[in-house]
Ligand binder design. Structure first.
Ligand code: SDX
Length: 430
């Protein structure tokens, strides 16, 4: 794959480094031998210029606002596909035939129930526990329940663990929600499709008949497609790093969920909605725009900006359309939060600060409004992101495990602490 080389000069010594080319996107300089040849590391906090891995799964062109899963544009998948088909694509590299799809859907569906003792695990939490805290714990705890799928050297066990996680995430997410509102858990109903089943587990109660709204189910399914994978983002890199030590897949995905929780990452959808609520009315927008631009104020416009996209996040466009579709279906004519969001977006897109720094709405800007309209509380937003991203984490984790050159991840550092010094007893310390 290496077609050319790059030469760097370190302390007057020239070192030739191979350049590797991908199918599309920037090439990389392979620096893996740099330390051996020069005694120096590279330094790149936040990995802004570092490709941590080779991957065939997802491609982003941040300048053009392009996102491809296995080569397919996100808008085509969101418009024509469904979430489980997207899962298949991410896991196996190709869209399924009708027979493969039916088989895959069946296999996922067969794993939707969780071990009954998991119920007791839930009741150990306070009712006001954040559902992301519950998800980190419960997904990690799956490794204590499913010993027959934790041997990562066995491809069959890896496959079973993958199916289990994709299938059980909606069940666990719905249980976390039901627990928080004091309602009984609703068991999965396997003749429903993946997303309708999830809606039912969240919103049905044993006392009444529940009918899934197909428009909402389709909209949520599309939201899951939009969130399914996103290349080497923070949580995916966390899953890969955790997995590189040989940890079991349930533990690795729990690590990914923990990372996703942060407000700079998946927690931004919750933070964005809170921000819109705090702004309240369009006349307060200039005040918040000023705060976001103030270097001395930690406030940032939530749902705005992205490490990779220096153009409109293609997922945000589809999300915006979905927001209107959902509000329309629910007969919500005037949503004050949507008014604030639309106005805020317009003002920010024309503001010199945001234009110059190429800050555009990201996927989290409109997702909160949509999920709130569907009936989800803000604390569940990041849980829904985690549910959908699980397949991406698993696909990336599997790709890493199947790579014969895989080694434990072990970054180095630029040490700036004290040089070696001798221990001094307490009595001798001044
Ligand atoms: C996700 O990577 C992924 O793929 C993640 C994700 C996925 O699918 O996995 O896409 C999901 O996490 C989306 C991002 C959600 N986060 C937010 O919406 C939180 C608000 N946005 C930011 O905090 C920020 O934009 C990040 C975290 C998303 C990106 O951070 P970077 O790449 O480190 O960018 P930066 O902080 O270096 O920003 C560059 C400049 C800075 O100003 P200067 O120091 O150059 O003067 O832009 C400013 C920043 O202060 N800036 C913002 C801003 N975002 C960046 N200023 C005001 N409001 C903002 N939102």
């Amino acid at each position: 794959m290496s077609s050319s080389t790059s030469t760097i000069s370190v302390d007057g010594k020239s070192v030739e480094l191979p350049v590797k080319e991908g199918t599309i996107g920037p090439s990389v300089v392979d620096i893996s031998k740099l330390y051996g040849q020069t005694g120096m590391f590279t330094y790149d906090p936040g990995f802004t210029s570092t490709a941590a891995t080779e991957s065939k799964i997802t491609y982003i062109d941040g300048d053009k606002g392009i996102l491809l899963y296995r080569g397919y544009p996100i808008d085509q998948l969101a418009e024509h596909g469904d979430f489980l088909e997207t899962c298949y694509l991410l896991l196996y590299g190709e869209l399924p035939t009708a027979a493969q799809k039916a088989d895959f859907d069946y296999r996922v569906t067969r794993h939707t129930m969780v071990h009954d003792q998991m119920n007791r695990f839930f009741t150990g939490f306070r009712r006001d526990a954040h559902p992301m805290a519950i998800m980190v714990a419960c997904v990690g705890a799956l490794s204590a329940f499913y010993h027959d799928s934790t041997d990562i050297s066995d491809p069959h066990q890896r496959m079973i663990a993958s199916m289990r996680m994709i299938a059980k995430m909606p069940t666990l997410a719905a249980m976390a929600y039901k627990y928080s509102i004091g309602q009984p858990f609703v068991y999965p109903q396997n003749d429903l499709d993946y997303t309708s089943n999830f809606l039912k587990m969240c919103f049905a109660v044993p006392a009444e008949e529940y009918k899934v709204n197909p428009v909402l189910s389709r909209a949520l399914d599309r939201i899951f497609i939009l969130h399914a994978d996103h290349e080497q983002n923070a949580s995916t890199s966390t899953v890969r790093l955790a997995g590189s030590s040989g940890a079991n897949p349930f533990a690795c995905i729990a690590a990914g969920i923990a990372c996703l929780w942060g407000p700079a990452h998946g927690g931004a959808n919750e933070a964005a909605l809170k921000m819109l609520e705090e702004i309240g009315t369009p006349d307060h927008i200039p005040e918040y725009i000023a705060k976001a631009k103030d270097k001395n104020d930690p406030f940032r416009l939530m749902g705005f900006g992205h490490r990779v996209y220096k153009n409109y996040d293609p997922r945000a466009r589809i999300m915006q359309k979905t927001t209107h579709e959902v509000l329309n279906e629910l007969g919500i004519k005037d949503d004050p939060l949507l008014d604030v969001a639309v106005e805020l977006e317009q003002i920010a897109l024309k503001d010199e600060y945001f234009v110059e720094k190429k800050l555009y709405p990201n996927i989290d800007f409109y997702s909160g409004i949509t999920l709130k309209a569907m009936g989800f509380p803000t604390s569940m937003f990041t849980v829904l992101f985690a549910l959908a991203r699980t397949v991406g984490w698993i696909a990336q984790w599997s790709e890493m495990i199947e790579d014969p050159s895989q080694r434990i991840g072990r970054p180095r550092q630029l040490y700036t602490g004290s040089p070696e010094r001798d221990y001094v007893t307490v009595a001798q310390r001044g």
